[in-house]
Design a binder for this molecule. Structure first.
Ligand SMILES: Nc1ncnc2c1ncn2[C@@H]1O[C@H](COP(=O)(O)OP(=O)(O)OP(=O)(O)O)[C@@H](O)[C@H]1O
Ligand SMILES: [Zn+2]
Length: 389
């Protein structure tokens, strides 16, 4: 190591358990961060600063304004650029001596093995279940530990899978995709940036512990709830399930298992379009421009099924806030039996559910409409100044 490296890393090299040998291990190591979003940005930042020799960054998305509240390696000037490139440039600014490789592509069953096998440790900083299962299966296949993080609203989770190639994998703990009742993605239900910061930073911590040999091999799941006291809880995890298709059985068949998996449909596929699945009683769906016309001159019932918090940020003039949970309890109280009823939400999913419920109690279901694409589409197509997020 050069003199400037002793200076740069001195504060962590003096720590028992790190020392010169630990710093050299970090320098020789390579970590792949999948997802350069809310979790990936803080993880990349600390791994780069700590001197991890090679960092790989996978992300298929581009930077958007709504990312900047938590995806701290990106900035106004990188909006529109691939996140993998934006994060690479930011980490190179932070630490010019390390090697950063960007993979601006979707990680899928066809490329996961080739990409993961180039690195020592994998960080799952993504936000969707198909990628979580794919990463877990592939990490087992290529024999790498997988440091997995998740964050939503005020809560987060952290777990290291396939630790020492003997620890449980994601499928051992979640043989079926975990149900998140009434919950959605960060985009749907929100997340506090600091929560992703906490979990992403802990993912970097776990990676550093594994590289330097400071991590024991006891599998555990850390649960973080910013609004609870205490905020951190740790649960010991069971060992591998012998019948787990991801890590149990004959290793020679695992490659085929990954190739044959349809990860998206295993996890329930895309958010259902109720109209296509035949669950909408009649075709009472309306596009933003048509709703805009319908609102002119008349004063129909407009029900906004978002939460009161979301409603207080912005809403259509004359609309009434009836959160979906309230509407489900007493649908008849909110239906206009005379004129049209228009139901809106943010992205157009909850309003479909709500409209369906209202149709089932309406004397004329053809007068109940839900706004396609929600208020997000309204802001794009009708009113660009509408401050939806
Ligand atoms: N299979 C995948 N291949 C590559 N990148 C992925 C994959 N799955 C998820 N990602 C990336 O993981 C990141 C997850 O981060 P995060 O949820 O904070 O960002 P986001 O999706 O931009 O957020 P929002 O939900 O607010 O739009 C995203 O940048 C996303 O592009
Ligand atoms: Zn398993």
């Amino acid at each position: 190591m050069a003199l400037h490296e002793y200076r740069r890393y001195g504060r962590q090299m003096v720590l028992d358990g790190i020392g010169l040998s630990g710093q050299l291990k970090l320098k020789k190591s390579s970590v792949l961060v999948v997802g350069a979003g809310g979790l990936g940005c803080p993880a990349i930042q600390y791994l780069a600063a700590a001197g991890v020799g090679t960092l790989g960054i996978v992300d298929h998305d581009v930077v958007e304004l709504s990312n900047l509240q938590r995806q701290i390696l990106h900035s106004d000037t990188t909006i529109g650029l691939p996140k993998a490139e934006s994060a690479k440039a930011a980490s190179e600014r932070l630490q010019p001596m390390i090697k950063v490789v960007s993979h601006a592509c979707s990680l899928n069953a066809a490329n996961a093995r080739a990409i993961l096998s180039k690195y020592d440790i994998i960080l799952d900083c993504t936000d969707n279940l198909p990628t979580r299962y794919l990463l877990s299966d592939t990490a087992v296949l290529v024999g790498k530990p997988l440091v997995s993080g998740a964050a939503l609203k005020f809560d987060g989770q952290l777990c290291v899978y396939n630790l020492g190639n003997t620890g449980p994998c994601y499928r051992c703990i979640f043989p079926k995709p975990p149900k998140r009742d009434g919950e959605g993605t960060c985009e749907e239900v929100g997340v506090l940036g600091v929560v992703t910061g906490v979990i992403g930073t802990l993912q970097a911590m776990e990676a550093i512990k594994i590289i330097t040999g400071l991590r024991d091999e006891q599998p555990s799941l850390l649960i973080f709830s910013a609004l609870s006291s205490p905020s951190f809880r740790t649960m010991k995890l069971r060992s591998r399930r012998p019948d787990c298709p991801g890590c149990g059985g004959d290793p020679s068949t695992r490659d085929r298992f990954v190739n044959e998996q349809d990860y998206v449909s295993f996890c329930g596929g895309e958010a259902p379009n109720l109209e296509e699945t035949g669950k909408v009683n009649i075709g009472g769906r309306i596009k933003p421009n048509a709703l805009s016309e319908s609102l002119k001159g008349t004063s129909p019932t407009v029900i906004d099924v978002r939460s009161p918090t979301e409603f207080s940020i912005c809403h259509l003039p004359g609309s009434t806030n009836v959160p979906l949970s309230v509407l489900k309890r007493e649908p008849t109280a909110h239906i206009s039996q005379i004129g049209d009823t228009f139901v809106v939400c943010r992205l157009g999913n909850d309003s479909q559910t709500a409209a369906n419920i209202l149709r089932s109690v309406s004397s004329d279901p053809s007068k109940v409409f839900d706004l396609i694409g929600g208020l997000r589409a309204w802001s794009k197509e009708v009113d660009p100044m509408f401050p939806i997020y």
